[in-house]
Design a protein around this ligand. Structure first.
Ligand code: NAD
Ligand code: UDP
Length: 313
């Protein structure tokens, strides 16, 4: 028996990021329990892992309690695309808040270390640029993005309170825009939308004038940061995990058209409510405490992602 093998639960493990994380943990020789209700995730994302005897796939909704003897928990369950999290806003906030309570309760009971997949959305429309972890954010509490933003903020509060009150061994990471293979083609997020549109030679839909910025991180870099954070000592975060290279949506559209050799034109559409104008992480803390820095830049990551979408659309 491998004595370094850990039993690790990944909630939301059949989603885009979760499936890459499960794969990485299995490759490291761990046993993985993947919990998912398949709202935005899919069995296809993990079907290649099912033949591994150390992988278990369990249909479960984390708004309901769950118990298993595990050493570590990665809490990723929550729809992440605005289209999906706004589809059933009440369910989204329940998933963040009740899901966090259920996962933290389990961590407390079985003495597991637990990592929360928080988000740059907790900074809202930032008035500080780039965003560092000490910034408290500028979030609309009653807008259409609030179910996600405030749900994730409340989850961070719960993680800190379980830590202070019950000494639960917690970790919080704030993930900035991430892309890569296994994003849902109808996900609605910008990278997948642009690639799918470009491959079909359909108009590329830019919301607003395209001058808003985002900083895009390739999924392998994120997974590496997550695992480093889980293994870190005397550091609970929150810590930003993202790629600080910032692009406008117009630049992204032009890059995708160039890399796919597409005939698509650009179509400007109305900007959704509360759409943040700028987003760029300050990653000094992750660099210092985790010796982590993103390695895959946009061109390389887009090529890999385009390769994936070419096979499925
Ligand atoms: P995703 O939608 O692909 O994955 C989320 C997974 O959670 C899906 O498999 C879904 O079926 C599952 N899920 C949703 N509600 C659930 C519930 N109540 N019970 C059990 N499972 C449930 O999204 P993703 O991009 O892989 O995001 C994963 C996590 O990372 C989310 O918590 C998200 O908030 C966070 N995050 C992602 C990004 C990004 O750019 N992708 C940025 C910041 C934070
Ligand atoms: N966006 C866009 N066209 C699309 C999808 C998104 O211009 O087809 C814009 C969106 O308005 C936002 C940015 O791209 O300004 C990133 O959107 P996404 O939903 O990917 O992530 P988030 O807004 O949560 O950062």
């Amino acid at each position: 028996m491998n004595i370094t093998r850990k039993r690790i639960l990944v909630s939301g493990g059949a989603g885009f990021i979760g499936s890459h994380l499960c794969e990485r943990l299995l490759n490291e020789g761990h046993e993985v329990l993947c919990l998912d209700n398949f709202f935005t995730g899919a069995k296809e994302n993990v079907v290649h892992l099912l033949e591994n005897p150390y992988f278990e796939l369990i249909r479960h909704d984390i708004t309901q309690p769950f118990f298993a003897e595990v050493d570590q928990i990665y809490n990723l369950a929550c729809p992440a695309s605005p289209v999906h999290y706004q589809y059933n806003a009440i369910k989204t906030i329940k998933t963040s808040v009740m899901g966090a309570i259920n996962m933290l309760g389990m961590a407390k009971r079985v003495n597991a270390r637990i990592l929360q997949a928080s988000t740059s959305e907790i900074y809202g429309t930032p008035t500080v640029h780039p965003q560092e972890e000490g910034y408290w954010g500028n979030v609309n509490p009653i807008g259409i993005r609030s179910c996600y933003d405030e749900g994730k903020r409340c989850a961070e509060t719960l993680f800190m309170d379980y830590h202070r009150q019950h000494q639960v061994d917690i970790k919080i990471i704030r993930i900035f825009n991430t892309y890569g293979p296994r994003m849902h083609p109808q996900d609605g997020r910008v990278v997948s939308n642009f690639i799918v549109q470009a491959l079909r030679n359909e108009d590329i839909t830019i919301y607003g004038d395209g001058t808003q910025t985002r900083s895009f991180q390739y999924v392998d870099d994120l997974v590496d940061g997550m695992v480093r954070m889980m293994h870190s000592h005397a550091f609970i975060g929150p810590v930003n995990i993202g790629n600080p290279v910032e692009f406008t949506m117009l630049q992204l559209a032009e890059k995708v058209i160039e890399l796919t050799h597409s005939k698509s034109s650009i179509r400007f559409m109305p900007l959704p409510q509360d759409d943040p104008k700028q987003r760029q992480p300050n990653i000094e803390l992750a660099q210092q405490r985790l010796s982590w820095t993103p390695k895959i830049q946009l061109d390389e990551g887009l090529r890999k992602t385009i390769g994936y979408f070419e096979k499925i659309v």
